[in-house]
Each structure stands twice: as structure tokens, then as C-alpha cells.
Design a protein around this ligand. Structure first.
Ligand code: AR6
Length: 173
């Protein structure tokens, strides 16, 4: 299933896929980083829809429309804040990926673009987050034959190289 996983260096808001994943916070009312970029590109109707939701727990996911984005949907998930690794951060991060796939199944989503959840403002170390992300996606793809492509969209070279290396170490892309 690794041939269904691709790594892209770029801006997730430009991705033409069924769903882009937002690394949001518990309020779902926007923020900085990829969250801010998604809200800016989707337009104010995204915030209007998010205001009607009652936030989102860490590790959970919730879907909205994509509005002005090329993607049809935004799947918002809330990654864990890194506190040193002893506060269930790894399980919470894994749960984000599982929750996103659960949302995708409900809506017949076939292509999904993920940012590097939690490795920005939430300070989860990239070298620890990447193996969790790749393994979780791989496990989900085994069970979800309907998903045709998963893209890891990385915004910087360090993150991009970490995903590339991890995927290469697990076989050809
Ligand atoms: N496309 C793809 N990746 C991006 C983009 C983009 N346009 N912009 C940033 N990244 P972060 P977190 C990368 O901080 O760590 C927000 O304020 C970024 O370089 O966006 O989960 C929320 O509201 C990094 O590699 O998310 C929360 O409060 C990755 O996306 C909090 O930040 C994740 O960085 C969530 O923190």
C-alpha cells in the first residue's frame, strides 16, 4: 500500500484532493500555522461552519466543507501538545490519523492530504511523529481499499526529508 502514499513539499491549501486535514486546536475556531492558512484560503464560511460545532477533543476529528479550497472537505483533527512524551502524546497522535480515516469513510473520500500534525506550534518532535504518522496511515490503508491516495504535504525540507526517509525505509513509494 506504500504506492498509495506520496510525500509533497508544498502548501496543503493548494491540494486538489477530496479532503485536506487541518491540524486544529480544541476550539476549532482557527489559529496560526496550517490552521490559519486553511481558514484564509477557505474563506469566512469555514469559520461560520466551525462556530456551529462544539469544538473537538484531542485525537478526534470532525469534517466540514472546503468552501473556497480546491479540496471538497476539511477534516479537522486536534493533535496533542508535546509535554515530553510521558503524557500519552504518541497514542493521541496515532488516534488523530485513525479518526481522520473514520471521517473519510463516512463521506466516500478517496484522496486525503495530511499536514505534519503537532510538529509545529505543538512541538511534537518530527523524528518521533513521522514514524507514527506513516505507520498509522499504512495500517489504515490496509483496511481501506477505497482510499486511492494519501499525501503527506510538508511545508519545510526537514519535515519533507523525514517523511521521504521513513517511507523509503518501509519500501518503495
Ligand atoms: N501547508 C502545509 N503545511 C503547513 C502549512 C501549509 N500551508 N503551514 C504550516 N504547515 P502547526 P500543530 C506545517 O503549527 O503543531 C495552530 O495555531 C508546519 O510547518 O500548523 O499541530 C492551531 O490552531 C508544521 O510542519 O500545527 C493549533 O493551536 C505543520 O504544518 C496549533 O497551531 C504543523 O504545524 C496546532 O499545532
Amino acid at each position: 500500500m506504500l504506492e498509495r502514499i506520496k510525500t509533497i513539499l508544498g502548501d496543503i491549501t493548494k491540494q486538489k484532493c477530496d479532503a485536506v486535514v487541518n491540524a486544529a486546536n480544541n476550539s476549532l475556531l482557527g489559529g496560526g500555522g496550517v490552521d490559519g492558512a486553511i481558514h484564509r484560503a477557505a474563506g469566512s464560511k469555514l469559520l461560520d461552519e466551525c462556530k456551529k460545532l462544539k469544538g473537538c477533543e484531542t485525537g478526534e476529528a470532525i469534517t466540514t466543507k472546503g468552501y473556497d479550497l480546491p479540496a471538497k472537505y476539511v477534516i479537522h483533527t486536534v493533535g496533542p501538545i508535546w509535554h515530553g512524551g510521558a503524557q500519552n502524546e504518541k497514542d493521541s497522535l496515532r488516534k488523530c490519523y485513525i479518526s481522520v480515516f473514520r471521517e473519510a469513510k463516512k463521506r466516500n473520500i478517496k484522496t486525503i492530504a495530511f499536514p505534519s500534525i503537532s510538529t509545529g506550534a505543538y512541538r511534537f518532535p518530527v523524528e518521533q511523529a513521522v514514524p507514527i504518522a506513516v505507520k498509522a496511515v499504512k495500517d489504515e490503508l490496509k483496511q481501506n481499499k477505497e482510499i486511492t491516495n494519501v499525501f503527506f504535504v510538508c511545508y519545510d525540507n526537514i519535515t519533507y526529508n523525514a517523511y521521504q526517509t521513513e517511507i523509503k525505509n518501509r519500501g518503495t513509494q
